[in-house]
Design a binder for this molecule. Structure first.
Ligand code: NAP
Length: 274
């Protein structure tokens, strides 16, 4: 079943059997237009699955103390099960300190050090939304990772590193590339599964892709005409692949679906429901 439909069904059951509604608080600081779009999409998804959703839109000049105080309030708010602080934050704010302040039990992005550590150990409550969304997509298309050469371009804490770890958990042979990787095209051409999380429009060209590869495009960029595009040169790469995800409409919706899944799990954990 589609992830969001399954979350909705489980949420309806939770309401009926226990009288509990999962709640997600989304905090946005400043007026970055891309962040605003992401936050609106998350709120819409909450409504669609029947969650309570609260938005805290703070002005760009919010201080670190004010933001930390809000996080503390949300940590203690009984009807809020998940807290998401939309990144990036304005430059004067310390995102590491803000993430560290979120209760690990409500950290539905799985960015807190406690949750990151649990993921490394393979004993986690929450998985980070984008990499988990990619894995969900691979599963739903019956694409096995086991024994495959998997190449991830990008090593951010949000996408690249956890992506590599999840592929490793499923017995892929994983290479993580970054801006200092030598012979990048050659490394990418070895990939049975190539994940691009670079943040550069149309970065992955056809000569970087093996015939029959699975190509997952995590990128969300604007091209020279301001149009949303991925990290992969989709038009020139698509005919070489066994499977490729489009942008928009590929990994993005799976990321949000995982956020819903994590919030439901957080709600159940906080209420002692298996
Ligand atoms: P990031 O923090 O900027 O990381 C980019 C990574 O790409 C870094 O590790 C960097 O290497 C590497 N890189 C940059 N230039 C490179 C080059 N020329 N060759 C090889 N590697 C290079 O970005 P991010 O947060 O991971 O996001 C990546 C993309 O995914 C962005 O387009 C973002 O908008 C998108 N995104 C999408 C979703 C979704 O829901 N679909 C969610 C999150 C992010 P160094 O470490 O060496 O600098």
């Amino acid at each position: 079943m589609e992830v969001k439909a399954s979350v909705k069904q489980l949420t309806d059951a939770l309401k009926q059997e226990h009288g509990i509604t999962p709640g997600l608080a989304v905090v946005i600081v400043g007026d970055d237009p891309a962040s605003r779009v992401y936050v609106n999409n998350k709120k819409k998804a909450c409504e669609a699955v029947g969650f309570l959703s609260e938005e805290y839109a703070l002005p760009a000049e919010t201080t670190q103390e004010e933001l930390l105080a809000l996080v503390e309030t949300l940590n203690n708010k009984a009807d809020i099960n998940g807290i998401l602080v939309q990144l990036p934050l304005p430059k004067h704010l310390d995102d590491k300190a803000v993430i560290a302040a979120i209760s690990p039990l409500k950290d539905v992005d799985a960015f807190h050090a406690v949750n990151v550590g649990k993921i490394m150990l393979g004993e986690y409550d929450f998985l980070p939304c984008t990499p988990a969304g990619v894995m969900e997509m691979l599963h739903s298309y019956h694409i096995s990772v086991e024994g495959k050469d998997c190449v991830v371009i990008g090593r951010s804490n949000i996408v690249g590193k956890p992506m590599g770890m999840l592929l490793l958990h499923e017995n892929g042979t994983v290479t993580i590339c970054h801006s200092r990787t030598k012979n990048l095209a050659e490394v990418c051409r070895r990939a049975d599964i190539l994940v691009a999380a670079v943040g550069i429009p149309k970065f992955v060209k056809a000569d970087m892709v093996k015939d029959g590869a699975v190509v997952i495009d995590v990128g969300m960029n604007r091209d020279e005409n301001g149009k949303l595009c991925g990290d992969v040169d989709f038009e020139n790469v698509k005919d070489k692949c066994a499977f490729i995800t489009p942008v928009p409409g590929g990994v993005g919706p799976m990321t949000i679906a995982t956020l819903m899944k994590n919030t439901l799990k957080a709600c159940k954990l906080q209420n002692g429901i298996a």
